[in-house]
Design a protein around this ligand. Structure first.
Ligand SMILES: Cc1cc2nc3c(=O)[nH]c(=O)nc-3n(C[C@H](O)[C@H](O)[C@H](O)COP(=O)(O)O)c2cc1C
Length: 203
């Protein structure tokens, strides 16, 4: 067993695809342990942001914005608006990103009803590229958006979506005991539960 492998993970693989897909979809998951002393290289950081750049979006509006915190000073500011239940582990992540979405189209100022959807797509691209590069990434909705707005000077036409931690995976022993048990890739619902042919069954 490799040093990072959780015994639960070793005994049963909760990630089995029902149809053939690229292995990266199963390999990406959201660990909480980081090697706090290993900075993310510029090539890896900007590489994952580059992947997000190529996400599709409504009218090609590209409403996602990423605020990067990777110096001790910038990360300390982020720590001030992240919920304690997340801070306990993500304080060790060498990079924190705040993903924002612009709520209006730049071209005409009209409301963009799909800004959150498109930012989510960008997060998905980023997470897959991070996994491809051997990095862990973890999205968090557990933060105070109003505090983040104030701390980072975010104007009203941007909506904070998630904080993302990024870094190289660390040993699970670094985590508090309760979180060690959760440091394992999660399963998914069967495809038949989330795919509906034609119309809802009771139509
Ligand atoms: C929008 C969003 C918000 C999330 N918020 C949190 C959070 O606040 N804390 C946390 O530990 N995980 C959070 N997660 C991680 C999810 O719990 C995780 O992605 C999910 O359980 C599936 O596991 P996997 O990413 O390992 O496949 C969030 C994920 C998303 C996409």
């Amino acid at each position: 067993m490799s040093e990072n492998q959780n015994p639960v993970q070793a005994s049963a693989n909760p990630r089995q695809a029902e149809y053939p897909i690229d292995p990266i979809y199963l390999e990406r998951w959201s660990p909480r342990s980081y090697q706090g002393d290993k900075p993310v290289t510029d090539a890896d950081l900007f590489g994952v942001l580059e992947a997000a750049r190529w996400a599709p979006s409504a009218n090609n509006g590209q409403p996602w914005r990423f605020i990067v915190a990777r110096t001790p000073e910038d990360r300390a500011v982020f720590h001030g608006f992240i919920n304690p239940s997340n801070l306990v582990w993500c304080q060790h992540a060498p990079v924190l990103l705040l993903l924002l979405s612009k709520t209006t189209f730049e071209a005409n100022g009209h409301p963009n009803r799909k800004h959150a959807f498109d930012a989510g797509t960008a997060w998905g691209y980023l997470a897959l590229e991070a996994a491809r590069k051997g990095l862990s990434s973890h999205a968090m909705g557990g933060f105070d958006a109003e505090k983040a707005r104030e701390a980072l000077g975010i104007s009203d036409d941007y909506e904070p979506q998630v904080v993302i931690s990024l870094g190289y995976r660390g040993a699970i022993e670094q985590l508090p005991e309760g979180l060690q048990l959760r440091e394992v890739p999660s399963p998914r619902k069967p495809l038949a539960e989330t795919v509906i042919e034609g119309h809802f069954p009771n139509r």
